[in-house]
Ligand binder design. Structure first.
Ligand code: A3P
Length: 284
């Protein structure tokens, strides 16, 4: 079950005027020091949001809030305006959908990317386990074609990443920092350091590593799950939040059949033939 707003699918939230919030976000007022974390769903939004907030605060202390409360297309204009500066916002919007004022004010954008095989698995578990939101209870063997054809919230992964690649190509002077989930997994300290540089925040090596460590999968499971609020808890199958499921690179190998993998590789080769984006499907 989805909500279609101007041709793009979104999660359907009962009782919320989601379509108005989505349309109104184009006119949201930006602040020069806003940072916007952009990614396709299931790319590690919770993880990166926590990391960026900690860098901004200059402290490796758990953020006492959840990223959903800072999500452009979900919260109302009033709630967005009420967030104190500096704001770390997040969205699954494409560049052209971002609040116009954010582009005008040249707000910093972090684009977080993840390989689409692990994404498909993560998204499947998300759709299946957020039972009271999506009302989806399908089998994995039937899911992949939904993912490949983009019949999921925020549309096709391929359309999404190619749109961003084109944006970067067309706006060479716009400051967009690209980060890959796989690089974060392989060497989170190095990626956190690059983020601090992009954000213009000077942190000691010790603090950079403390932030990377505090935001490891194992630590976030312990520190963050308690912050899932009641509304979200009720959305999940058996009221068990699963934003922190496995947190690995290559889990797809436990799910894809040989035939599915071949079908996927064909699709990937076709859609990404002109792309310079380099996704890694496993770590060395
Ligand atoms: P899996 O389902 O593969 O485990 P999002 O936050 O965009 O919804 O992305 C969720 C994915 O990021 C889930 O992937 C989740 O487990 C993973 N994730 C969350 N926190 C993480 C962390 N600290 N380190 C690595 N992966 C993390």
């Amino acid at each position: 079950r989805f909500l279609d707003v101007d041709g793009i699918l979104y999660p359907y939230v009962e009782g919320a005027d989601q379509a108005s919030a989505i349309r109104a976000s184009a006119d949201a007022i930006a602040r020069e020091d806003d940072i916007i974390l952009c990614n396709y769903p299931k790319s590690g939004t919770h993880w990166l949001w926590e990391v960026i907030c900690m860098i901004q605060r200059g402290s490796a202390t758990t953020i006492p809030d959840i990223k959903q409360n800072h999500m452009i297309e979900v919260i109302s204009a009033d709630d967005l305006a009420a967030i104190p500066s500096p704001r770390v916002l997040n969205t699954h919007f494409r560049f052209s959908q971002l609040p116009r004022d954010m582009i005008k004010k040249r707000c910093k954008i972090v684009l977080n990317l993840r390989n689409p095989k692990d994404l498909a698995i993560s998204f499947y578990n998300h759709h299946k386990n957020l039972l009271n939101l999506y009302r989806y209870d399908g089998k994995w063997e039937n899911y992949l074609s939904l993912f490949n054809s983009g019949k999921v919230d925020y549309g096709s992964f391929y359309d999404y990443v190619l749109d961003w690649e084109q944006t970067i190509h067309q706006n060479p002077n716009y400051p967009i920092h690209v980060i890959y989930y796989e690089d974060m997994k392989e060497n989170s300290g190095a990626e956190v350091r690059k983020l601090t540089k992009y954000m213009g925040v000077a942190l000691s090596d010790e603090l950079i590593h403390a932030i990377a460590e505090k935001c490891s999968f194992q630590n976030m499971v312990i520190d963050k799950v308690g912050f899932e609020n009641e509304v979200w808890r009720k959305m999940w199958r058996d009221e068990k939040p699963l934003f922190y499921r496995k947190g690995e690179v290559g889990d797809w190998k436990n799910w894809f059949t040989v035939a599915q993998n071949e079908e996927f590789d064909k699709m990937y080769a076709k859609r990404m033939s002109n792309s310079k984006l380099k996704f890694r499907f496993s770590l060395p």
